[in-house]
Design a protein around this ligand. Structure first.
Ligand code: ZN
Length: 106
């Protein structure tokens, strides 16, 4: 059962820090630190406008997201996810902690 406990711990953020306008740093409960760029996060937005719900195929074209994209606002959803409002006005993506951690590991 130790495995499961460690896994659960891994997807709990200990600290969520916005650095400047376009960078986010998450320190996880297991000590891992992940750095994210706003544009990179926006390009993997998991919402229904950016991904076809039925096929799972990404409909958002990466080139439409500016490298200069900024984080306008950031909210914690329940105890499991983050919701961003980006400087391009998009705000429907719910990024679960598990998803954010997976992005970081890739
Ligand atoms: Zn989206």
């Amino acid at each position: 059962m130790v495995d499961i406990a460690q896994r659960r711990e891994a997807i709990e953020p200990r600290e969520i820090l916005q650095e400047g306008d376009a960078n986010l740093r998450i320190t996880w409960a297991d000590g891992r630190v992940c750095n994210y760029k706003a544009a990179a996060l926006r390009r993997v937005c998991p919402c229904a406008q950016c991904v076809n719900e039925w096929t799972g195929q990404r409909t958002l074209k990466p080139e439409v997201v500016s490298d200069e994209l900024e984080i306008s606002d950031l909210n914690i959803v329940g105890r499991y996810a983050l919701n961003f409002r980006w400087s391009d006005g998009h705000e429907t993506g719910i990024y679960s902690f598990q998803y954010l951690r997976d992005i970081c590991e890739q």
